[in-house]
Design a protein around this ligand. Structure first.
Ligand SMILES: C[S@@+](CC[C@H](N)C(=O)[O-])C[C@H]1O[C@@H](n2cnc3c(N)ncnc32)[C@H](O)[C@@H]1O
Length: 241
């Protein structure tokens, strides 16, 4: 085990065999050209303002680089909250359909999952009206999704973004679901590769449990994004060898 420098809110210890490969320049690594990057500037600023502190600027930029890299047509997001990241993906990818699920507690005094306090009418409310035709809001528990039924109804997904239940077991289940509903060559992204203490389960899953090798942002700030495709994993393993 080694000390994690930089962020005082990070846990002090993590596994030396961490399977995440951390990089600072995702636009460069994922070969997203300067023009596409410049064109995405307004989307980044809008999403960063919308996220109201839920995402670090680096998270927003990294997700944008990942989405521009894989150009998904069908996106599934686990964890809508007010819809900042859904709206961002819809603005960035004019041909994409985004389906997003959020858990809303029927009993607001009894919380079951993180960030499940919104009324159903507030969930996804930030998704712009001009994008609503390409957006499907689901309310429910991602852990109860039957992958076969999901694929039958929504098709296979080119990108699954996991930002729901941040417990270690919850992220494991959501990752398993993501693999089961992914289209060939599809991508998975996770928020909170270096989260606040209370969301540490997501980092523990990504670093200690996950068999795949994923790309991640640097861990000197709070938040962090991880990103995986089969092809990227092969590339990362080659450069690590
Ligand atoms: C951190 S917020 C997501 C933030 C959002 N992605 C954004 O960028 O604005 C977490 C969301 O995950 C949802 N959530 C937590 N556990 C869930 C579960 N088991 N199934 C579905 N949604 C879940 C919560 O309802 C909440 O909407």
């Amino acid at each position: 085990m080694v000390e994690v420098p930089g962020n005082p809110d990070q846990p002090e210890l993590r596994s030396e065999e961490a399977v995440l490969q951390r990089h600072g320049d995702w636009f460069g690594l994922l070969k997203v050209g300067k023009k596409k990057q410049a064109d995405a500037r307004d989307v980044i600023e809008h999403a960063y303002a919308n996220s109201q502190g839920m995402m670090h600027r680096i998270d927003v930029e990294s997700l944008v680089a990942a989405a521009l890299h894989c150009q998904p047509k069908r996106v599934f997001e686990i964890g809508t909250f007010k819809g900042a990241s859904s709206d961002m993906l819809l603005r960035l990818l004019p041909d994409a359909h985004v389906t997003s699920i959020a858990f809303a507690s029927e009993n607001p005094t009894k919380r079951q999952y993180n960030n499940d306090q919104l009324r159903i009418s507030e969930v996804g409310a930030l998704v712009g009206p001009e994008h609503r035709g390409r957006f499907t809001q689901l309310i429910g528990d991602s852990h109860k999704i039957d992958p076969e039924a999901f694929v039958q109804e929504h098709g296979r997904m080119d990108l699954v973004f996991i930002d729901g239940d941040h417990s270690r077991e919850g992220v494991r289940q959501d990752t398993e679901l993501a693999h089961a509903i992914l289209a060939p060559g599809g991508a998975i992204a996770w928020h909170d590769a270096n989260p606040k203490r209370r969301y540490i389960g997501s980092r523990q899953f990504l670093e200690d449990d996950m068999a795949e090798l994923a790309l991640a942002t640097t861990d000197d700030f709070q938040g962090g994004v991880a990103f995986w495709t089969e092809k990227l994993e092969r590339q990362l393993r080659k450069t690590a060898a």
